[in-house]
Design a protein around this ligand. Sequence first.
Ligand code: ZN
Length: 301
Amino acid sequence: MQVDDLAIYRTIEHLSSYRNRYYASSYGRESAEWIRDTWAALGAGRDDVSAELFTGCTTCSTQPSVILTVTGSELPDEVVVVGAHLDSINGSAQGNLEQIAPGADDDASGIATITEIVRIALGSGWRPQRTIKFMGYAAEEVGLRGSNAIARRFATDGVEVVGVLQLDMTNYRSGDVADFKIISDFSNADLRSFVGELFDTYLLPLGLSRMSQACNYGCSDHASWTSAGFPAVMVAEPGSPQAPFFPRLHTTGDTLANMGDSAANSAKFARFGLAFIGELAKTSAAAGDRIFGDGFEAAGR
Ligand SMILES: [Zn+2]
C-alpha cells in the first residue's frame, strides 16, 4: 500500500465541510465521533485495535478527544503517541457556536495525515512491538485543553511514553521553502534529532528537504506532553518565505481551495509518520535507551 494524496484530500474535505469543529459546538462533538468511527473502521477485525472517546477533560465542553490504540505485540506497556488536534476556530467569532471555521489546514490536515498513516499501517497488516496511540485532541485552540488532560492523566497513571509526535498544519507550502519543518522549541532535543535522522534516511532520498523553526510559544499539543514530562516533538508545513504557517488559519478562508486544492504536502507527512511509527514502535529498548531504541536500522529498510 502507498500513501494516497486523494485519500488525504477526501478526509480534509469531509472535516472542513462541518460548519466548524469548535470545541463547544454540536459540530465539534459530531466531527470527533466521525473521526472515532473512521479510525475504528480502519481497525475492524483486529483484536489488537480499539477506538475510544476520551471524556476526562473537564474544560473541553462536549468535545471528546479520540484515541485509537494498537496494542504492542511485545512491549505493550511502552507507548508511542502520534497526534493532531481535531477542533477548529474562527479567531474573530468570539466563541459563537455557529461560527464558520473550516480549519482545512488547521488542523484537518493533521487528522487526515494520521488517518492515512493508520489506513496504510493497519491495511498492510503491520503489528507494532510497542503500543501506538493515535490521538485527535479536543479544544486545542482554546489552550491545549484536550491534550493537557490526556498528558496529565498519563503522568498520573505512570504510563511509559517513549515518544510523542504532533502534526499541526501539514498542507501549506508556497514559494522557495523546504518541504518539512521541525519545530525547535517546547520539545525534546533527542526526539528532534531522531526526527531529523529519520527524515534524512527516508525522505531526503526522495528529494525532499527540511528546516527548523521556533514557534516561540507552546504553539500546539506537543507542549502539553512536554510540560507533563514526556518526550515530544512537533513537525509542520514550511509555510512560505513570508509566513511560517498558512496565513489564513483561524479564518473562513482556511480551505483546500486556498491551498492549491491538493493534499500533496500532507502526503509527505504521512510518509514521515509511517517511518516514525515503523522505527519507534517496532524496536525493543532498554531503560535509558528509550527514544532511539536498539533497532534504529532505518537505512536498511
Ligand atoms: Zn493548529
